[in-house]
Design a protein around this ligand. Sequence first.
Ligand code: SAH
Length: 225
Amino acid sequence: MGGDRLERARAALRATLLAHGVTPAVVDTLLSVPRERFVPDGDPAGAWQDRAMAIGHDQTISQPTVVAVMTQAAAVQPGDVVLDVGTGSGYQAAVLAAAGATVHSIERIPALAARARRTLAEVAPAVTVHVGDGTKGLPGYAPYDAIVVAAATRTIPPALLEQLRPPGPEGAGEAAPRGGRLVIPVGEPSWLHAQRLLLVERTADGFTQQHLLDVLFVPLVGGPA
Ligand code: SAH
């Protein structure tokens, strides 16, 4: 009975993601991560609805379609090293790990980091959770193939651009491996204004930028909690 509701909720989310143009591979990645483990309330089927949910400390677990779009834009390949800024529940980090990445996730609120660390130890052991200010990136493990930011900022922190991997050299007859990708919501950090979710890619001589969609995120807060 309860299992039926859960399966129906998962099937509905699969259809919603595909309707948003999410690739079947990324849809499978999202569905492989038990989202019910990352939300506080005990209703597993409710966890699979396409909505953000409160996780305490005035923070939210992001909406599945937004996590999917961010994961797809990050273009994670197995073996990539990825920085996840704003661990929150740990859900986005787990999805990036399910795509094959080694993930470093940074959170400024120690209590959220501690809870995410416990969940991820069971669900996604390829994720390491750090407590700190993600506006400075995490230089010790840079460069990153992708950086995914789950909090809104007026301007892109320069440290995040610096920590993106430059594109590799071209081999004989081969295209150069892509440079690092940064996925970040940029705009007024307020619930009253949508922000622009941007994909920034490092190139041989600079950065390119693309607007993916409009989103609502909690603010990216610099400095210690
Ligand atoms: N990716 C999360 C979403 C969390 S909401 C998930 O899947 O559940 C954004 C998170 O960013 C919040 O937990 C907030 O505390 C955190 N945050 C805000 N500013 C930050 C900063 N400068 N460094 C690290 N984390 C930050």
